[in-house]
Design a protein around this ligand. Structure first.
Ligand code: PEP
Ligand code: MG
Length: 324
């Protein structure tokens, strides 16, 4: 598939109306990194660090992690890699951690909640990231932030870790960017100060959609019932775009939907300017963006909303058929 899109690999995704959409890829293992060149991705918008923890049968050591993260940065050759701190719990259970008997793991003790309650592992991971950067630029993203205070507390942990590393004589990153994933509806309504403080936000569409519609992302029966292009969900995303625009907060979208061409097109039409997806999706998504006019797509979306359509998908599909 990458051969098919080879001719547009190095081309920036600029739409017919002149909007530039940043195209990043999602990764999680060392084996994903070669795709950074092959796919034409501009960087790694989401590096899921838990995958390294999930494929082992014991907790990785700090030196092992630092080595791995360092190799990831080497292979990125200066392109940005957004390291998401450990997102465990829910569907991602570590075989060597005491299982939690939780009635609703998706709503349970997971991700940043574990990181803040039991900060040992998070500290170890932050140290490994700082040592891996070894003076290079570093970007860290905290997952599953549901309220402002969780982000603040995670930043305090990071600051303490930086101070400790400095005391120990380690080289600090040249630049450090810290952001959060927006994957619970609550965070959309956080105080403006949150949007000002956070250096960037990335919408975790898989979880955000699951919690918005109260529909388990793992449950085929209910998952398909709710379209990402449902007008209510699009309005929520639009609200995030508007809030970020007010505070100049860089925003991206890194859920699976970013890799689906029609979904990606609609996300761009309502204002997203940065998408992160599996490498194989970059070609198809870029190909559609290159021949699209977002102003027109936006008009189709608005008309569908005004008519009271449940999803804008039929209208957008019809528009694309007429264009072809
Ligand atoms: C998401 O929730 O959309 C996301 C990107 O994170 P994950 O799929 O790893 O939960
Ligand atoms: Mg998620």
């Amino acid at each position: 598939a990458q051969e098919r899109y080879a001719s547009i690999r190095e081309r920036p995704a600029v739409t017919l109306c002149g909007s530039r959409i940043e195209m990043n890829m999602n990764a999680g293992l060392m084996a994903d990194l070669p795709s950074l060149v092959g796919s034409g991705a501009e960087g790694v918008g989401l590096f899921r660090t838990e995958l390294q923890f999930l494929i082992r049968n014991q907790m990785p050591k700090r030196t092992e992690l630092a080595e791995l993260y360092s190799r990831v940065l080497d292979s990125a050759h200066g392109k940005e890699v957004v390291f998401r701190t450990l997102d465990i719990g829910s569907d991602k259970v570590l075989p060597y951690m005491k299982p939690n008997d939780e009635p609703n793991p998706a709503l349970g003790w997971r991700a940043i909640r574990v990181g803040l309650d039991k900060p040992g592992v998070m500290r170890m991971q932050l140290q490994a990231l700082i040592r891996a950067a070894n003076g290079r630029s570093l970007t860290i993203m905290f997952p599953f932030v549901a309220q402002f205070e969780e982000y603040r507390a995670a930043c305090v942990e990071l600051e303490k870790t930086i101070a400790r590393e400095k005391r120990l004589g380690h080289v600090l990153p040249e630049t450090l960017k810290v952001g959060a994933m927006l994957e619970t509806p609550s965070l959309v309504f956080a105080p403006e100060k949150f949007f000002q403080d956070v250096e960037f936000l990335s919408i975790g569409g898989n979880d955000l959609k699951q919690f918005f519609f109260a529909a388990d992302r793992e449950n085929e029966r209910v998952r398909r019932r709710y379209d990402t292009l449902n007008v209510s969900f699009l309005s929520l995303i639009e609200m995030i775009v508007e809030r970020c625009a007010r505070t100049d907060t860089p925003l991206s979208f890194c859920g699976e939907d970013a890799g689906r061409p029609i979904e990606a097109l609609c996300l761009a039409a309502i204002g997203l300017r940065s998408l992160s997806m599996r490498p194989a999706s970059i070609g198809p998504v870029k190909s559609l963006l290159l021949r699209s006019d977002l102003v027109q797509v936006r008009r189709v979306i608005d008309e569908a909303r005004d008519r009271g359509d449940q999803s804008v998908r039929p209208a957008v599909m019809e528009y694309l058929r007429d264009q072809a």
